[in-house]
Design a protein around this ligand. Structure first.
Ligand code: PLP
Length: 405
């Protein structure tokens, strides 16, 4: 069944937590304290499937279960296939490790000069500042360390990491991630941002966070002031399905935008969640309405116990093909595979080019019609006489016809 924009509601309100004072509901610390983290708590609110009950029993040794009350409200408790439910509630599939899966599928630990720092690309580093999140995505690429269910004992060394960045003048871009950096206190975040801002060669600072989605209450005016003070700070949020685009998220994005934070979105292509061109179109349209530019669409990493989420790459290509040209160019993310073992992100694109020769490039447009663009210039027979130069007058900009802006 096609998913249409109109069918998604901009959810707002306290849902199952009507009895809670609004001041509590809007407090991010209240939301964190009242997260759903156990089988008993979940069963108080919903009827679980056998698959889920088995998954939850296993989750403790893989990746903790945690869902903020705000985000839990988005689950359709009558639908075992609810796209929000699939992302947050463990299923039996997590216990099945496939041959090709790895604990550290992106080879991050091998590229880590200092605990918590990954230096894979020449000019930028990934700085993992915490192993905790507001809620845990079951397909987490860092489930080896996040939530510490696997006894990884993640200890970021802020001082060592900062000194590494200070002494590596080639690092012009620092990406704070984790875990979720916005779980740090304002004070800690301000410390990190002020230290990074003081490094002359660091020209670009960004944060990867799903907090605006799980816990929009965290985007307080005080936090926004910190982003303003040390800006420009860029942010990639993580929305996978249009149901996540609530009024609360929209308002949180507005607060960030008005504080001068440019927003991008990263989605992971997930079976049963967003592996459908209509769902993805509704999602990217909603993102644009929230001032968020779709950035990456990820093929899921080969994490252990993730195969039940895996989508065929051909489906991902079909989704991009369904967007490009058919809707706003700003709304089309770059589909990538993060190369297993640590090769970095590689774009996977629909193939529009049919042929390139010395003479021409032959390609199809979004409707499947074929076009040709000549690469060789063949002067017309009377070119010299026709040329404006022949009459002695210079070619005007309009005649040159090269400006497409
Ligand atoms: C994703 C990633 C980055 C950032 O990549 P961009 O393409 O610049 O967004 C940097 N370092 C590591 C290790 C990454 O995984």
């Amino acid at each position: 069944m096609a998913y249409t924009e109109d069918r998604a509601v901009w959810f707002e309100g306290q849902g199952l937590w009507q009895h809670v004072p609004e001041s509590d509901w809007k407090s991010w610390t209240w939301q964190l304290k009242n997260r759903i983290t156990t089988l008993d708590q979940l069963e108080r609110y919903m009827v679980l499937t056998t698959e889920e009950r088995r998954g939850i029993a296993f989750a403790g040794s893989k990746l903790a279960l945690a869902i903020t009350p705000y985000f839990f409200n988005l689950i359709d408790r009558n639908d075992p296939n609810c796209p929000i439910r699939l992302q947050l509630i463990p299923r039996e599939g997590e216990a099945i490790t496939s041959e090709e899966e790895m604990l550290d599928s992106l080879g991050e630990d091998e590229h880590s000069p200092v605990p918590g720092l990954v230096h894979r690309y020449p000019d930028r580093v990934l700085f993992l500042v915490t192993d905790r999140c507001a809620s845990y995505c079951r397909y987490c690429t860092r489930s080896r360390l996040v939530s510490n269910a696997q006894d990884y004992n993640f200890h970021p060394e802020y001082e060592q990491a900062l000194r590494y960045i200070e002494s590596h003048t080639e690092v012009r871009d620092v990406l704070l991630s984790g875990g979720d950096p916005l779980l740090l206190s304002d004070k800690k975040l301000e410390h990190l941002l002020s230290r990074l801002r003081a490094i002359k060669h660091v020209e670009f600072i960004r944060i990867g966070s799903r907090i605006p989605v799980f816990l929009p209450q965290r985007i307080t005016p005080e936090l926004c002031d910190i982003f303003k003070k040390y800006g420009p700070i860029w942010m990639s949020i993580h929305v996978n399905h249009p149901k996540e685009a609530t009024a609360e998220l929209k308002e949180a994005c507005e607060r960030l935008s008005f504080a001068g934070v440019p927003l991008g979105n990263q989605s992971v292509l997930l079976r049963g969640v967003n592996d459908d061109p209509e769902v993805m179109k509704a999602l990217v349209h909603r993102l644009l309405r929230m001032r968020v530019r779709p950035y990456y669409l990820y093929q899921m990493d080969l994490i252990t116990g993730g195969s039940h989420f895996k989508v065929d790459v051909r489906k991902g290509i079909e989704i991009i093909r369904a967007l490009r040209g058919h809707t706003t160019g700003y709304s089309v993310p770059q589909y990538v595979i993060d190369a297993p073992g640590g090769g970095g992100k590689v774009p996977i694109n629909p193939d529009y080019v049919e042929k390139i020769t010395d003479d021409e490039v032959v390609f199809k447009n979004y409707e499947g019609r074929t076009f040709r663009y000549p690469l060789k210039s063949t002067p017309r027979r009377n070119a010299l006489e026709d040329s404006p130069l022949a009459g002695g007058a210079g070619a005007s900009d309009a005649d040159a016809g090269a400006c497409h802006i």
